[in-house]
Design a protein around this ligand. Structure first.
Ligand code: GYE
Length: 327
């Protein structure tokens, strides 16, 4: 009773301030600027991949379009930098916090601090492993396990009816990150259906092109008969392509390649026949994030889990899609 009443009063205040228009009169709603502008503190993972660059751009552009003041902080791939950024957002009393957690674990303490300060938190792109889901309002992003499954299902079809052994190498994303954990699990679950499939090597390439290349070089040296590469993102797959070509092999033919993301560089390699299949993961989370930020700021209830819509691409589909690809 009490709760719904205060929400009603609060939205009433918002309506009044909206009616006041450009007059700049104070809505009286605490920390918000004089004009009622929402301040969103956002802690980004870093700039490890094409996906991340597109994600950052989407968030910055959508905040500007929505009239939300964005405090953007780049963690350069380090969890401790994210925790520092979140604490600084709390001290600054931003209206809403959003972040894409580098790894899944170790967030409970700082999330509790945000909750105690009354600042709503939105997870974007990556999940946390906190048992208490009251520590955040919503989690917006892909289902990485399904992405891994889609990659595995394509491979099952590709080798349907064949009885030869299939040696697979895997380039994992950042160790301990939600997409690395779930893309590995989803793929592993799917390929169990074919006993000829064997993951002969699996190692992290940290979602980076340069690491994908060096790790693939060591795979090629230690394992002469690689049939398939499954890379958790396009960038690592693109790095691996360089290593495969340098070893005198033909990517896409001598070694079949499956990746995740579908950024422009990945789609180009797919259309060129160097990659065989890409599972899409959309980085364009900005517009939905701004929408959720406005709602939680207004005390409205939002879905705990908001999934992004995604597809998959074959080489033929990549040729058609490439001219329209925005990132
Ligand atoms: O697939 C990868 C990026 O968390 C979904 O992070 C994201 C992943 C994306 O570095 O390219």
């Amino acid at each position: 009773m009490r709760r719904s009443l205060s929400v009603a009063v609060f939205s009433g205040l918002l309506a009044v301030s909206a009616l006041a228009g450009c007059g700049g009169s104070d809505s009286g709603s605490g920390d918000k600027g004089d004009d009622g502008t929402i301040t969103l503190g956002f802690s980004q993972v870093g700039a490890e991949s094409g996906w991340r660059t597109a994600n950052t751009k989407s968030i910055q552009e959508s905040a500007a379009a929505a009239g939300i003041k964005l405090q953007f902080s780049d963690a350069q791939g380090k969890q401790e930098n994210q925790i520092t950024a979140l604490r600084s957002f709390i001290t600054q009393k931003v209206d809403v916090i959003a972040f894409s957690p580098v790894v899944t674990s170790g967030w409970d303490a700082v999330l509790k601090e945000a909750k105690d300060a009354g600042i709503p938190v939105i997870l974007t792109d990556r999940a946390v492993d906190s048992q208490d889901d009251s520590l955040y309002e919503s989690f917006l992003g892909s289902d990485f396990k399904v992405e891994g499954q889609k990659a595995g299902e394509w491979l099952l079809k590709e080798y349907e009816g064949k009885s030869e052994p299939v040696n697979i190498v895997e380039l994992q994303g950042t160790t301990g990150s939600a997409p690395a954990i779930d893309r590995q699990t989803g793929f592993g679950d799917a390929i169990k259906a074919n006993p000829n499939f064997k993951i002969v090597k699996t190692q992290t390439g940290d979602f980076k092109r340069a690491d994908g290349k060096t790790v693939m070089e060591t795979f090629l040296q230690s394992t002469p008969d690689i049939d398939v590469l499954y890379a958790h993102n396009d960038d690592m797959g693109l790095g691996a392509i360089e290593a495969i070509e340098a070893a005198g092999k033909k990517p896409g033919t001598d070694i079949k390649i499956i990746t995740v993301d579908a950024v422009k560089d990945g789609m180009t390699a797919l259309a060129d026949g160097k990659i065989n299949f890409i599972v899409e993961c959309s980085p364009l989370l900005g517009p939905q994030l701004m929408d959720i930020a406005k709602k939680v700021n207004a005390g409205e209830k939002v879905e705990k889990r908001i999934l992004t819509e995604e597809t998959t691409f074959t080489q033929e589909q990549a040729k058609t899609e490439l001219p329209n690809r925005k990132y």
